[in-house]
Design a protein around this ligand. Structure first.
Ligand SMILES: [Zn+2]
Length: 449
């Protein structure tokens, strides 16, 4: 009797689950269209904002854009005084490396990954490229489900397991145990061939000596990785610091420079080569800023928008006297400030040359490179370097989407694209800091907060 009752209960439960599933999916398939009225539109293409725009959202997509649209059966939302921009894409980020003030392998859990993707999303970031620090658990469905929009949070694009020199940076540590350190051309080719099976969005290589302290990846090794990656149609992104390495990498068909050139100003020769080879450039200015800025109190230190992005314990850490003193007495203190100054000059030159610049931050790599806030600070630093706010927004939307080859669906607010966008209470074309005034974030045509 008891068994029978259990079976009957189980059946009821299954029927209930099936009904709930049906109900849930029926409402997703046929939502009421939404009409956003009288909003200032910044579509990501770089043109001037279009005042008093109406935008119709249907089935998760942008169905119409115009003036005084009057579709039938649409839920109307008056957004007079508000501005809409496409959701942001961070082209250089790290996920679940951190928890509180620690960087440790045990932080890389499904829960921590989802929590951090949700944090990015709260800050209006709809996609992130994780640059080489991922671990196997995401390749059993998590990454693909995230890209398909089936999981909460920003969509996770992965560069898989990054490549560096056998004794290169990042130094060997449990948190970096999946990095590949090929010693020979054969090994590099074989490892890249295996990596291709995971279908990474791009692959990442480190070509840097960490300020002269570590051996750099040798040229024949990265040539082999680039050659093999290209056989599989995969772009290669390089962590760089020095102009000389950037030149060699560009000559050897690199697709993306994943950080700024920080030792010297870029010359015309390299500008032309980068343009001719269609090399994308991710400045990650925040990384350089964070290297020294907490020696003093940055103007945003007590902003809620900043503090809410921090992992627990980080605020106390970065405002402590010992932390500040350590930065000031660090042998890199001056080098880091000079590096940022040169990076700013190079960004302006590179952008002026018509090279594709994509917003990326290296957020999530260390506790001070905070996720979400960094992406907004990065755009502000781009403006400080001489880009207009609209140009900085295009770097963070349209350009980053084209880098990921997802521009057919994401990166701009245009008819036929996914309805992924941010509604702001102030116009960022006048002041880039207005990207921080987030009223709501939308994903797949649904308001999230
Ligand atoms: Zn990085």
């Amino acid at each position: 009797m008891t068994n029978f009752m259990n079976i009957a209960n189980m059946k009821t439960t299954y029927i209930l689950i099936a009904l709930l599933w049906l109900l849930h999916h029926t409402t997703i398939a046929q939502p009421t269209p939404v009409l956003l009225k009288n909003i200032t539109l910044i579509d990501g293409n770089g043109g001037p904002p279009v005042l008093q725009s109406d935008i119709l959202i249907k089935d998760g997509y942008i169905a119409a854009i115009g003036k005084q649209l009057s579709p039938q059966n649409a839920q109307q939302i008056d957004l007079t005084g508000k501005t809409i921009i496409p959701s942001l894409i961070s082209s250089h980020a790290h996920i679940a490396t951190l928890k509180s003030t620690t960087v440790a392998p045990e932080n890389y859990t499904r829960d921590n990954i989802i929590n951090q993707l949700k944090k990015y999303e709260r800050y209006g970031i709809s996609a992130v490229i994780i640059m080489g620090t991922d671990r196997p658990i995401i390749f059993n469905g998590l990454r693909d489900s995230s890209i398909a929009g089936l999981l909460p949070g920003a969509r996770l694009y992965s560069a898989g397991y990054g490549f560096t020199a056998p004794e290169g940076i990042p130094p060997k540590s449990p948190a970096m145990q999946y990095l590949q350190r090929p010693a020979t051309v054969e090994e590099a080719t074989a490892q890249m061939k295996e990596m291709a099976k995971l279908h990474p969005a791009v692959v990442k290589i480190w070509v840097d000596d960490g300020g002269g302290k570590f051996p750099k990846m040798k040229r024949d090794i990265y040539q082999a990785i680039i050659k093999e990656a290209h056989k599989h149609g995969i772009k290669v992104a390089a962590h760089v610091y020095y102009l000389e390495d950037a030149k060699q990498l560009v000559a050897d068909d690199i697709n993306i420079l994943g950080h700024s050139i920080r030792n010297k100003e870029i010359d015309n020769d390299l500008l032309q080569q980068m343009k001719a080879n269609n090399v994308a450039y991710i400045p990650t200015l925040t990384l350089d800023k964070y290297a020294f800025i907490y020696a003093d109190s940055p103007p945003w230190i007590n902003d809620v928008f900043f503090k809410e992005s921090l992992e627990p314990g980080v605020y106390d850490m970065i405002t402590s006297k010992s932390f500040r003193d350590n930065i000031k007495t660090s042998p890199n203190y001056q080098r880091d400030q000079n590096g940022l100054a040169i990076a700013m000059i190079n960004l302006k030159k590179i952008h002026d040359a018509g090279i594709t610049v994509c917003m990326g931050t290296d957020s999530g790599a260390t506790p001070v490179r905070t996720q979400g806030f960094s992406e907004h600070l990065e755009m502000a630093l781009m403006v400080e370097a001489g880009l207009t706010p609209l140009q900085a927004i295009s770097c963070a939307t349209k350009n980053a989407a084209s880098l990921l080859k997802i521009a057919d669906q994401y990166g701009t607010i245009e008819i036929g694209k996914k309805a992924d966008f941010i509604i702001l209470s102030a116009n960022p074309s006048n002041d880039i800091n207005n990207t921080r005034k987030i009223e709501s974030v939308w994903k797949n045509g649904e308001k999230l907060n």
